[in-house]
Design a binder for this molecule. Sequence first.
Ligand SMILES: O=C([O-])[C@@H](O)[C@@H](O)[C@H](O)[C@@H](O)C(=O)[O-]
Ligand SMILES: [Mg+2]
Length: 419
Amino acid sequence: MKITEIVLTPIAFRDPPLLNAAGVHEPWALRTIVEVHTDEGISGLGETYGDLGHLERSRSVVDSLIGLDVFALNEMHARVSAVLGGKTGLDKHGLTGNITAESTVDRVYSPFEVACLDIQGKALGRPVHDLLGGAVRSAVPYSAYLFYKWDGHPGAEPDEWGEAIDPAGIVAQAQKMISEYGFGSIKLKGGVFPPEQEIEAIRALREAFPDHPLRLDPNAAWSPATSLKVAAELDGVLEYLEDPTPEISGMAEVAAKAPMPLATNMCVVAFEHLKPSVEQDAVQVLLSDHHYWGGLQRSRQLGMICQTFGIGLSMHSNSHLGISLAAMTHLAAATPNLSYACDTHYPWNAADEVVEPGVLSFVDGSVPVPTTPGLGVSLDRDALARLAENYVRCGITSRDDTGYMQKFDPSYERKRPRW
Ligand SMILES: O=C([O-])[C@@H](O)[C@@H](O)[C@H](O)[C@@H](O)C(=O)[O-]
Ligand SMILES: [Mg+2]
């Protein structure tokens, strides 16, 4: 079954003013929707980043993939690598860590792989998780992903989530999200306020939700010494502490004395980072993410590597829509050692969905695994056209949380570590 055409559509969807260690989310989040068509009339979907650099790199490989068999995924990876020729991508916001030339290939390749698995599944009449070894769970648990936030974008009406800039606001946000989605675990995005305030927020969450596992992720905003102080304060409270400090060596220094496991989606983001991390025992839980670990099959291989070295497995998320949610759910369903509830930004962006309703839903904090052929989702063409129009009109071409924050606070600087 040969690839005859590939269509890449950049889109923009509304995003609330979520605060993080790099600044604040802009009013629009960007993604690219990938459609792969074949000579047998079967098409597949992928979803990836929308930043211009990534979009251009993705566009640059399209011609080399035309004519390829949709089962020839090793060859597809090799062709993407050959076209990119060692180019390395860069995230302006810097929240996804040390991107390398190899992981740039994996990032570009990923949505094409997902679309080909969607096609393979449709051709075989089997869901994508069957192509990954079969589901070991019928529903995938996700966590409530809390953010400090403003009540709305400056100059606009307050959004439905309201303000969250202190422990009471964070607890109220958790209550709303958990009552709507039923999540059974909670992650707080930190690195926004001085660590003492974020410790207070975690304590308030513990009091309000005595049985929910809790995580805190300051995106490397703390020095190793600050990280160890926070870790000692939150001993027995966190299931893991995510990226307290920059770099593998810094994480190793903290991990040697911290009472809880350390997790990352920043210092180990490419296969070449695994060896030094394992040698230094820097990370006890890895957050996988098929968008940058080279698609679903490579993420399964990552799962096996983690199992081999006794590293726990969780899943990272950026702002995303339903094609990504479907892919994440199939992958998590078919990854036996994925023992933590996955992250998802979905509640923040669900209002602008690009797939037809009915397949994906949250039941008690979990997404029931789709059982129909392929990913199980199809595009809502009207929504795609609307979101593509947003992209053209919104004027944003690369996510820039720091630049957006500086519009309101010109003295704001990005510092890592800040405390
Ligand atoms: O969207 C955000 O602000 C997050 O901070 C995101 O960019 C991170 O990549 C991510 O969710 C994380 O877990 O570090
Ligand atoms: Mg993180």
